[in-house]
Write a protein that binds this ligand. Structure first.
Ligand SMILES: Nc1ncnc2c1ncn2[C@@H]1O[C@H](COP(=O)(O)OP(=O)(O)OP(=O)(O)O)[C@@H](O)[C@H]1O
Ligand SMILES: [Mg+2]
Length: 537
């Protein structure tokens, strides 16, 4: 929508209107898509008009109606069949106006109308007809002839120029609107980025994969479809399942979680579908299943990859038919449950191995959410650390702690196989272990995190044979890596390694780690490298 009020502040528009008034004696009206004039208030009696006909007709209601009506009709014609300006005839029958469309991406937003002029001198006949109309409108006839005599005659080049100016007004409005909507788009894009920037419900993360996840969650807010959430351990699958439920139309009903791997088959059966009294030993009374508990709400089937094939068949039947039979029962019960399932298993692979039913897979995989591993979105580590520090320190009622720079680097380098849960636990552990220290240092980190990088670098080193050889190999590896890291800055590396520069140069000679040699023979001395990059080991 065009903000018509804003238009009066646009300098170039005001300038154009002035030109059209002063040079052509015409009035400029800006109309919306319904043909309503937006830059003129009919109740405003003070308004001065440059155009003599407008000046004498518009202050009176009957004149207003007659004039605005022709303009609205011209606008209607324009909206339906014209891409460029057209000339229309005013109520008196001889005076003309130009109306030019405001089109934006081919949609008709309104029109600019310049009124009125004549194309040739007015005949006596025309004048008489016009007079009749003025009389019938009950307007004062005294002004009439003088007003008509003041109308500008526009023909040929003059008219062409005039039409161009009117078009220009329309184009300026389009340009202004384009600019505004672009800015609004930018702002709303920025806002949505900011709004979702690091949080979605209780999920934290500002990385691109998380932003993508948030917008997917936004999209499926009103959906009732089944969702399958796949991702490694501790990536936040349950958190996502909750977010989906609590943002869905079912949010006021139950969210019921069942961990499919926690039960043996029989138990899961009665857990999910309930049982009747006497169905098995210990079934002393009827018991409702989780499906019924979740009726109208959401059932979260966690670790669905652990469900046995026969349970999968039962589940599929409930999902297809919307009815279930409790264990030992005969009567069918109707349930209306939305399913969200989660697993860290590769279900596609399980289908190939015939461990998971393909039909059930397609039933639950209507919306698929893949949750990225923490190591694939390390940008999120700082916000997550902050979040867990604030949360943990608050819970333990201790002063807010910070993580030292070197410790942070270690945390960054680590591969986090246990994902967010592992990070959350580590931060909790650090809060406790740091005691009264406000700053967490490297030595407080769990060993696996502290030694992660170090391990990676010596992984290729032999562990059998002569100690001297092994040490030499380690030395060689460290120097080679160091040289690369410091871009062959030997002074700096010598300092880092705690040896003299001369000593380092000697060793470089000894191991043949000369820059030229290394670059000339890229294969040289790289046999141990395979182990160095594999951080998952
Ligand atoms: N994006 C996140 N922001 C904040 N906390 C998170 C986030 N993702 C996960 N967590 C936290 O990490 C822990 C593990 O999350 P959750 O239980 O949802 O993972 P999961 O994928 O279900 O794990 P598993 O596969 O082991 O069942 C929870 O304490 C959760 O609050
Ligand atoms: Mg889980």
């Amino acid at each position: 929508m065009i903000n018509w009020d804003e238009l009066k502040h646009i300098h170039v528009l005001r300038k154009l209107e002035q030109i059209l008034a002063q040079w052509f004696n015409t009035e400029v009206f800006i109309m919306d898509s319904q043909g309503r004039v937006q830059n003129y208030d009919p109740t405003d009696r003070q308004r001065q008009f440059k155009n003599p006909l407008c000046a004498s007709m518009l202050p009176y209601e009957s004149g207003q109606i007659a004039l605005l009506d022709v303009m609205a009709k011209a606008s209607e014609k324009l909206s339906s069949d014209s891409k460029s300006a057209i000339t229309f005839t005013g109520p008196l029958g001889f005076e003309k106006g130009i109306i030019s469309p405001i089109r934006f991406e081919n949609d008709f937003y309104g029109a600019v109308c310049a009124f009125s002029f004549i194309e040739k001198s007015v005949t006596q006949d025309e004048l008489a007809k016009g007079r009749k109309l003025i009389e019938s409108l009950g307007l004062d006839i005294g002004f009439y002839e003088e007003a008509v005599s003041k109308l500008r005659v526009l023909e040929g080049k003059d008219k062409k120029y005039f039409v161009e100016l009117v078009d220009l007004v329309a184009q300026e409005i389009v340009a202004f609107h384009t600019e505004i909507s672009k800015r609004e788009e930018r702002i709303s894009a920025l806002n949505s980025e900011l709004g979702n920037r690091y949080k979605y419900d209780s999920m934290i993360g500002k990385s691109k994969p998380m932003q993508d996840l948030y917008s997917l969650l936004d999209k499926i807010r009103s959906s009732e479809s089944s969702v399958l959430i796949q991702g490694d351990n501790g990536t936040g699958k349950e958190l996502i399942a909750r977010a989906i439920h609590f943002n869905s139309p079912r949010k006021d009903r139950q969210f019921v979680t069942v961990n499919c791997s926690a039960f043996n088959e029989n138990l899961l059966d009665s857990e999910l579908f309930g049982h009747v009294k006497g169905a098995f030993t210990g079934a002393v009374k009827d018991k409702k299943g989780l499906f019924e508990a979740a009726d109208g709400g959401t059932l979260f089937l966690d670790e669905i990859g652990d469900m046995s094939l026969s349970m999968q068949v039962k589940l599929l039947r409930v999902l297809q038919e919307g009815t279930l039979t409790p264990v030992g029962g005969v009567e069918e019960k109707k349930v209306n449950v939305r399913i969200i399932a989660a697993t860290n298993k590769d279900l596609k692979e399980m289908i190939e191995m015939q461990l998971f039913r393909e039909d059930l897979f397609y039933r639950i995989n209507v919306i698929n959410i893949h949750v990225p591993r923490l190591r694939d979105r390390k940008e999120d580590i700082p916000v997550l650390i902050d979040h867990f520090l604030v949360k943990g320190c608050k819970e333990k009622a201790v002063a807010l702690k910070t993580i030292g720079k070197r410790a942070l680097e270690k945390i960054f380098d680590y591969s986090w196989p246990g994902n967010i849960r592992e990070l959350e636990n580590e931060i909790e552990r650090l809060i406790v272990l740091s005691g009264s220290e406000l700053r967490v240092t490297v030595d407080m980190l769990s060993q696996r995190i502290r030694e992660h990088g170090a391990n990676a670098k010596v992984q290729g080193v032999r562990i059998s044979g002569r100690l001297k050889d092994a040490l030499e190999e380690l030395e060689k590896t460290m120097i080679r890596e160091g040289l690369r890291r410091t871009n062959w800055n030997k002074s700096r590396l010598a300092k880092e390694l705690g040896i003299s520069r001369a000593g380092l140069i000697m060793k470089v000679e000894k191991y043949g780690l000369d820059k030229r040699k290394l670059l000339a023979k890229p294969g040289e001395g790289t046999t141990e490298e395979s182990g160095e990059t594999d951080e998952a080991v």
